[in-house]
Ligand binder design. Structure first.
Ligand SMILES: [Zn+2]
Ligand SMILES: [Zn+2]
Length: 548
């Protein structure tokens, strides 16, 4: 029997761009295909997706991509994978409803093969099979994935929490998870995002009390921002609005379309007469109105951010309004979020972003829930995923506390296969793996060099060096010119650089001057080094050679 390999192409040692591979022999299944958001140094980058080279190289073996749920960090990389290979996508009806239009938008000429499953179905994938198991999270129809191999079950928890009062009443299938544990889980790949939080996370239902309080106390309009996919949160807003006699309007394209789809499919039940269009708001006094809005991550084009700047044509915030920030910042977005909140305060809007009664709860398991998952699945090996190294480290120490010996605990790294058979487990040779940067225009493959240049220009400016060279004679023609844009060094530094450059060019032989590449290189080096040494700045130095 071949070894079973689990390879993360993304999503370990980081939170985001989740994409894992299970391989046995000639069969590969892919669990999730997500994106991550750029950090503040990635200028002009819209999203980051995994490098799919490994899947492209093995495309004849890939039996399907199995989606745990519809969050972007689990599905957002799909258009970029499907551009490169044809592969069936397996997901729930809800996930399908959320991703289909986006896939059609991105891949207009492609017929995407989406196959809808229900939790509990057994999906054959070559010699492997995949069984989705319902678990609770901050989005409907979320599944763990049990991949059956000839050495036992590879169990991905996906994103999960154990919520015993979920808004849609659909509980995690703990019984089934226990049965799979008894059948034999070879390895547990567990969500570790909230491993730093002791105890047991509050139920999504706990938010109701917090929202009810703010809705009740607010004299004017109540605005609420959350993730556009947080259907259960929106469900609660509708219920509380109905209770407190408010009508709800929605702003933000993504939120509107998600609600439409979910209402049609029955995933959200809007109390009759509660939902109104934005233009119907003027028919009601402020204290009878609530507004759901996108923009919880401070996205520049979102309705909330534009409202905070007074630039949103369809709706303005005003004194007396209350905004409930019912979300948690994704790391990297904090600055944009605080700026938005501050602008809203400046406009007289009261922003509730922390409260004694919760107005947001996390969708990820706390420590005791993570332990319960270990206890239910009783895996032979343990490897935390969906976490940064600190989360993985802490999760591992919990596993040790629960009696797991060191040799059965693995800290996965992107691209490094965990090889397992009936007798042993160890890490193998790295497969092609990395990140692909997608720019604001949707073009994939922005290189690290481009990124570094952008970063240097943005921080320290641009210095352009122009030199005219007679390459047949091997002579400099006239004086070089140094121009700077966005660069601010000590006075006279450009003149000093000029003198150094003239000296350096003067030291080149006739033959060296005939080689324009050499001249370009030398000129850039001289100017860059001098500026760095004298100013500690790293502007982008751009040499241009004019051959005459
Ligand atoms: Zn999620
Ligand atoms: Zn996630």
């Amino acid at each position: 029997m071949a070894v079973v390999q689990v390879i993360a192409l993304g999503g370990v040692g980081e939170i985001g761009k989740n994409c894992s591979v299970v391989r046995e022999g000639d069969d590969i299944v892919v669990i999730d295909c997500g994106l991550s958001f750029p950090n503040e140094e990635m200028l002009g980058i819209d999203i980051v997706v995994p490098d799919f080279t490994y899947l492209v190289e093995n495309k004849d073996k890939v039996r399907g991509v199995f989606l745990t749920h519809a969050h972007e960090d689990h599905v957002g990389g799909l258009p970029y994978l499907l551009k490169q290979i044809d592969v069936p996508i397996y997901c729930t009806e809800f996930t399908q409803a959320l991703i289909r239009s986006k896939l059609e938008e991105r891949l207009p000429s492609k017929k995407v093969d989406i196959r809808v499953f229900k939790p509990g179905d057994i999906l054959q994938a070559g010699a492997l099979s995949v069984e989705p198991v319902r678990v609770t999270h901050s989005i409907p129809e979320n599944c763990a994935m049990a991949v059956r191999t000839s050495h036992g079950i590879v169990f991905f928890t996906g994103d999960f929490k154990f919520d015993f009062t979920p808004v849609d009443g659909k509980l995690a299938n703990i019984t089934r998870i226990g049965e799979l544990g008894r059948e034999g889980v070879l390895v547990l790949l567990s969500d570790s995002t909230n491993v730093e939080r002791p105890g047991w996370g509050p139920s999504e239902r706990a938010v109701s009390a917090g929202l009810r309080k703010v809705f009740g106390e607010s004299k004017g309009r109540v605005l609420l921002t959350t993730f556009a996919s947080n259907i259960h949160r929106m469900q609660q807003v509708y219920e509380i609005a109905a209770e407190t006699g408010r009508k709800v309007a929605v702003v933000g394209r993504r939120m509107e379309s998600n609600l439409d789809v979910c209402e049609r499919l029955g995933y959200v039940k809007i109390p009759k007469g509660t939902r109104i269009r934005l233009d119907e708001m003027r028919m009601y006094p402020d204290e009878k109105l609530a507004i759901l809005t996108t923009g919880s991550q401070g996205e520049p084009m979102s309705a909330l951010v534009q409202m905070s700047k007074g630039e949103y044509g369809r709706l303005q915030v005003k004194p007396g309004d209350t905004l409930i920030y019912s979300a948690r910042p994704i790391p990297g977005n904090e600055g944009a979020i605080w700026r938005t909140i501050n602008r809203l305060f400046n406009q007289g809007c009261n922003v509730v972003y922390e409260s004694a009664t919760p107005i947001h709860v996390s969708g990820h398991a706390y420590q005791e829930e993570l332990k319960m998952m270990i206890n239910l699945t009783r895996p032979y090996y343990i490897a935390p995923v969906h976490g940064e190294p600190r989360h993985q480290f802490l999760y591992n120490s919990i596993a040790k506390d629960m009696g797991y010996p060191e040799h059965r605990i693995f800290t996965m790294k992107d691209g490094i296969p965990l090889n397992m058979d009936d007798t042993a487990a160890s890490f193998g040779e790295k497969v092609p793996c990395g990140r692909v940067l997608v720019d604001n225009g949707g073009h994939a493959g922005v290189s690290d060099e481009v990124l570094r240049d952008r970063y240097n220009v943005a921080n320290d400016g641009l210095v352009v060096v122009t030199i005219a060279v007679d390459t047949t004679e091997g002579q400099i023609v006239g004086d070089p010119i140094i121009q700077a844009r966005g660069f601010h060094g000590p006075e006279g530094i450009i003149d000093v650089a000029f003198e150094h450059l003239v000296d350096a060019l003067g030291a080149l032989s006739k033959d060296e001057l005939k080689d324009s590449t050499r001249v370009r290189q030398d000129a850039a080096d001289v100017v860059r080094r001098l500026i760095q040494k004298r100013t500690q700045l790293r502007p982008l130095v751009l040499p241009t050679i004019v051959e005459v």
